[in-house]
Design a protein. Structure first.
Length: 667
């Protein structure tokens, strides 16, 4: 006897290739307040019926959904969008069904156009409309029943057909016709919404102990407050401080990482902890907790946020070493292992063991420490080497903190394998350091920017481009002189909406390595106090200020999703454009990658895509030197001398405004 099928999903519609979506909904898509979330999916069915497709979204805390009909782009690809207006998590889903009324209207129109008898077809439509009335409230139900009656009357077919084609009928039928069987794509896809600084920020790193105005004495929090107007003048909105905690005595490193140390050596700030405390304490040489709070408040008055380093490692003198010995790995002789990255040794540092059996207490203590600094007004943390700590720990810590403080941001300093970097971003890190520092050729930039902006990586990974750090002085900067620093500034600040520099070493073009082949600085500030002459004539401070001003005034430079590479005839030139989300602001960049020689070539612009009519010139304003250019053709000549101006950052002035004529506002 044949077996009747049971529990079979008989929906005829398939929903595939949903974007944005991270690992099938396992991790959240990232956006910032005010962003338009564009959702696309392949939706199709067997046969030739019309489909109804809708996007539904809501705040995760809400119960009711907001519906937006999706539009067909072509080739079974559907699209709709919504705006995330609050700094809270959102969720969305897609529903699709066979649109029986829409199919009937489509076929009726074809029959009418072919002058066929449609009497029976009109009765089919009347039945569909009458059936839908059962799902409508009283007023709409009566309206639909009158339409069903009209479709059934013995009136001329032309009159009844026009009734069938009316827009009000289509709108009510979409709303009330039964959507059965229906396919639902609901994987609990979350959209984590951060504040704008997660998407757009300019970081400046300095050591507070090197902010003194004289070489005779070290700096502190108070002298750092005096440095704030200079940082604000440069245009930075995040001031990142290396660890500000007490520094260990045991195996304290001396000048140029000398393991023997010297009397009076200040030590590395990353060797955290001594008798004055650990990660929740302040190095007395820098000041008091009140001094730190004063720095945070003074920075805020300048429009700057203070970011702290979260380095989960300890000096041998850290209180955790005595109080929680189980949080560290031990050798067979019972001694604690110090940090190593063979052949490098860090005798002044003990790494924390995240595989410890006492992990709940360790996790809780780190959570307490971070919350302590949040209570002091800190909302941004740069995390040192997060890839050497447990994935599960970061997922828990970030979620726990952001549940109570959704404005807290985390920058991952994870110079590691791509999959690990991306995993950390999926787990909640707001931004990440990248491989930008080691990308120098046109081919490398083309490949890397395509990966970051044109693949699914863009849905969860926010790059932060740094030309230099206290740990990294790239060969390009060592050999290219001041033009190399200028070039790397232009690239970092315009390729990525988040960028940072380690200063004042960067603006003063410090480029001497400790030894040939090394990326370590000679006389590194990590191990000694430095005095900086901020008024040196070769400083890039004025250039940096102009670049950051261009970033603030042009929304196109405040996001990465509008990035496009441009064709250019010379491989020593990199050309690209960025456009704001509403299309009203476009910036064109052409940068000479050669710090030694003048390079020239022709840049191709997509005139039609930019809304330029045939014969209409592209008027461009250079945001760095104020020069104006008029590009009359598709291919346009550019010549750049790295010793004068190694790149153009140009705003397209002749640009077609969006409907309504409103330009997008800038900061």
């Amino acid at each position: 006897m044949p077996i009747a099928p049971k529990n079979i999903d008989r929906s005829r519609v398939a929903i595939e290739n949903v974007r944005p979506e991270v690992d099938g909904g396992l991790y959240a898509v990232k956006r910032t307040v005010g962003d338009v979330v564009v959702v696309e999916a392949d939706v199709f069915a067997d046969g030739h019926d019309e489909l109804g497709v809708s996007l539904f979204h809501r705040l995760e805390s809400e119960r009711s959904w907001h519906e937006t009909p999706m539009r067909l782009l072509g080739n079974d690809r559907w699209q709709a969008e919504f705006t995330v207006e609050e700094q809270k998590p959102y969720v969305y889903k897609i529903e699709a069904w066979v649109d029986r009324f829409g199919t009937w209207v489509r076929d009726l129109r074809k029959r009418v156009d072919a002058h066929q008898d449609v009497a029976q077809e009109l009765l089919v439509g009347a039945e569909l409309v009458a059936k839908a009335s059962a799902n409508a409230p009283n007023s709409d139900a009566k309206w639909l029943l009158r339409r069903a009656e009209g479709l059934s009357k013995d009136w001329p077919q032309a009159v009844r057909s026009e009734m069938a084609f009316e827009a009000p009928l289509a709108a009510r039928m979409r709303k009330y016709e039964a959507r059965e069987p229906m396919t639902v794509r609901d994987v609990g896809q979350r959209i984590w919404v951060d504040r704008e600084r997660a998407r757009f920020s300019s970081w400046y790193e300095l050591f507070p102990r090197s902010t003194s105005s004289t070489a005779e004495k070290p700096g502190n929090f108070r002298t750092t407050i005096e440095r704030l107007p200079y940082i604000a003048e440069l245009g930075f909105d995040v001031l990142y401080l290396p660890p500000i905690h007490p520094i260990g005595h045991t195996h304290r490193k001396g000048r140029n990482n000398n393991p023997a140390g010297e009397d009076g050596a200040p030590g590395s700030p990353w060797a955290i902890g001594n008798e004055d405390g650990g990660h929740d304490a302040i190095n007395p040489d820098l000041g008091t907790l009140e001094d730190f709070r004063a720095l945070v408040a003074a920075a805020s008055q300048e429009g700057i946020e203070v970011a702290l380093d979260l380095a989960l490692q300890c000096s041998p003198d850290h209180p955790w070493v005595k109080e929680h010995s189980a949080w560290f790995k031990h050798r067979p002789d019972g001694s604690i292992r110090y940090a190593e990255n063979p052949p490098k040794r860090y005798e002044d540092i003990y790494p924390v063991d995240f595989e410890t059996e006492d992990w709940p207490a360790l996790w809780a203590e780190v959570d307490r420490v971070v919350r302590h600094w949040v209570a002091q007004g800190v909302r941004i943390f740069r995390v040192d080497n997060p890839h050497t700590k447990a994935f599960a720990f970061w997922q828990w810590l970030i979620a726990s903190l952001q549940k109570d403080h959704p404005d807290v941001l985390f920058l991952a300093e994870a110079f590691t394998r791509p999959r690990t970097m991306y995993r950390l971003a999926k787990l909640g890190f707001s931004q990440s350091y990248t491989y930008f520092t080691w990308r120098t050729s046109k081919y490398e930039f083309t490949q890397y920017m395509t990966e970051l902006t044109q693949t699914d990586v863009r849905e969860y990974f926010r790059p932060n481009f740094w030309p230099n750090t206290p740990d990294i002085l790239h060969e390009y900067l060592q050999q290219g002189g001041r033009p190399a620093f200028f070039i790397r500034l232009l690239l970092a600040a315009t390729l990525s909406s988040n960028f940072g520099i380690y200063g004042p070493a960067f603006e003063l073009c410090v480029n001497t390595p400790r030894e040939p082949g090394s990326e370590e600085y000679l006389d590194s500030e990590k191990y000694e106090v430095r005095y900086w002459d901020l008024d040196a004539p070769h400083s890039l401070r004025d250039v940096i200020a102009r670049v950051n001003q261009a970033r603030r005034e042009n929304p196109a430079l405040q996001r990465n999703d509008g990035f496009s590479l441009l064709d250019v005839s010379n491989d020593n030139l990199l050309a690209y454009s960025k456009v704001s989300q509403n299309g009203s602001n476009r910036v064109v960049c052409v940068v000479n990658l050669d710090p030694y020689n003048t390079q020239a070539g022709n840049v191709r612009i997509p005139r039609m895509e930019w809304g330029l009519e045939p014969g209409q010139p592209a008027d461009l304003l250079d945001l760095i030197d104020g020069a104006r250019y008029r590009w009359l053709s598709e291919w346009n000549y550019v010549e750049l001398n790295p010793h004068v101006l190694p790149g153009h950052v140009m705003r397209l002035e002749s640009i077609e405004r969006p409907a309504g004529g409103q330009a997008e506002s800038s900061q």
